[in-house]
Unconditional design. Structure first.
Length: 477
């Protein structure tokens, strides 16, 4: 139970839910604060407006009545100026439900104050502004802050005030409701986030389950959902592409291992068989020498196969270091071909270089020597006797030098031409001990050309005329 809870807490869906709920809570706090501030300002503005309107209404009544306060004489109706003023402003005061504090001065003489002021008197310095809003505190009236408006004209100083109790109570009620509902909304947000994230991430769970089922033995299977165009669909598409790449790599490794084992097994089997025959019965010195020469040839073949495998391994792991240098390519080709002429003596094959240009190219001479040697060796090994293998250099229109190696031999069907650069591939008719080889030479050539950014292709017509062409960039002198 604890481990499942720990796993759930560390899961993306839980973290997503917490983030969702936290963002929701922050937005809720911001919204609550905005509502609080907006409501406070709104209530305060409404109170200010009501206080101003009442003060202005009292001032208007006092002005319109033309009251002669200085020469006031008591009569049967009004015993004092306060009775007179009260009668005049009765409607304005009696029907005001707020029960405002009201106080009226006439030339610094107190004429009237509302009954809720009791024995208290509101006394403030005379303001220079015609009408002024301000806050004050009077513990004799209330513990709350009181909002007041003071209106001055030539004769009268009118003060209308009201405590901020109602505003404070309203805001306190709002905060209470908010504090009561905020945790509830937060919990609901977490639960909702978990439900939404669980549903949204359910396809991830399906992808994980399917991925766990795929092993090296069932790489033909794919993860469903590639048809969707959302993030999950793109993820599934990329994972399926990765699986296909892994399958290609695994198939290549299996094929490579089988092919390498086969190529290594053949000379070892020959050496073992010949050695067993020699050991079973006594042989003459000439026969021993023949067996030793045969074994020596197989050792050379094994060495060549292992060297090529080692070179290919370094290529696959990007361990090849390219040391390019600028050389005159025609001079390089002529010198190399001259050293290889001995290869064609057994079959009476002549190597001939034709070059009207001597361009400057940037190559790794060691690697390029290996590549061209492999190409010429193949042309001699699989070509007809008594012919000329021609190496032609010429400049192309796109500032490249093309090298064409032509010879005549057994026809290779067109469908096999694209495969001769594959590792361990050999046309069946060429698999014999006389020619030898493991199908790695042209693969090595292709890799070397790749490291030189050189394009290489092969052509063969129905008469068996072969042409291998590769292109190198020409450097400026």
């Amino acid at each position: 139970m604890y481990s499942r809870l720990k796993t759930f807490i560390s899961s993306t869906r839980f973290k997503t839910s917490i983030w969702y709920a936290s963002i929701f809570l922050v937005l809720e706090i911001l919204l609550g604060s905005l509502v609080y501030i907006s409501l406070y300002n709104s209530l305060l503005n409404r109170l200010d407006t009501a206080l101003k309107n009442q003060a202005q209404a009292i001032n208007r009544i006092m002005t319109e009545k033309h009251m002669d306060i200085e020469h006031f004489q008591p009569d049967s109706v009004y015993q004092s100026p306060e009775d007179f003023i009260w009668d005049a402003i009765y409607d304005e005061v009696a029907f005001n439900l707020r029960n405002n504090y009201i106080q009226i001065f006439y030339k610094d003489k107190l004429l009237f104050k509302s009954s809720n002021l009791s024995n208290d008197t509101l006394s403030f310095p005379l303001q220079s502004d015609p009408i002024k809003l301000f806050d004050f505190n009077d513990p004799n009236l209330t513990e709350r802050t009181i909002r007041a408006v003071q209106l001055n004209n030539k004769s009268y100083n009118i003060i209308v005030a009201y405590p901020l109790d109602n505003i404070s109570q309203t805001l306190h009620s709002l905060v209470y409701i908010y504090l009561l509902l905020a945790p509830l909304f937060f919990i609901v947000a977490i639960i909702g986030g978990i439900i939404i994230s669980t549903k949204a991430l359910s396809r991830i769970d399906a992808i994980i389950r399917k991925t766990e089922e795929i092993t090296a033995h069932n790489l033909d299977e794919i993860i469903e959902g590639e048809e969707y165009r959302d993030e999950y669909g793109r993820l599934v598409k990329k994972m399926n592409e990765m699986i296909r790449r892994i399958k290609t790599s695994v198939d290549y490794m299996n094929h490579f291992s089988l092919s390498a084992a086969h190529e290594l097994k053949t000379p070892l089997t020959i050496m073992r068989g010949e050695t067993e025959i020699v050991l079973k019965t006594p042989k003459s010195v000439e026969e021993y020498i023949t067996v030793l020469n045969s074994n020596y040839e197989e050792v050379i073949r094994l060495t060549k196969i292992i060297d090529n495998l080692f070179f290919i391994s370094k290529i696959d792991n990007s361990l090849i270091s390219i040391n390019k240098e600028e050389i005159l390519f025609a001079d390089f080709i002529k010198s190399l071909v001259n050293s290889l002429k001995i290869l064609g003596k057994e079959k009476n094959i002549t190597l001939e270089v034709k070059a009207d240009i001597n361009p400057l190219v940037g190559i790794d001479t060691v690697l390029m020597t290996q590549a061209i040697t492999n190409l010429i060796d193949n042309a001699i090994k699989y070509g007809d006797e008594n012919q000329i293998v021609e190496i032609l250099l010429r400049e192309t229109d796109n500032n490249k030098v093309s090298v064409e190696i032509t010879n005549k031999g057994e026809v290779i069907p067109r469908e096999f031409l694209d495969k001769i650069f594959d590792r361990f591939y050999r046309v069946e008719s060429s698999r014999n001990r006389k020619t030898g080889g493991a199908g790695l030479g042209l693969s090595v050539v292709k890799s070397i050309m790749y490291w030189h950014n050189a394009e290489i292709n092969v052509e063969c017509d129905t008469a068996g005329n072969f042409k291998v062409t590769f292109f190198l960039d020409i450097r400026s002198l």
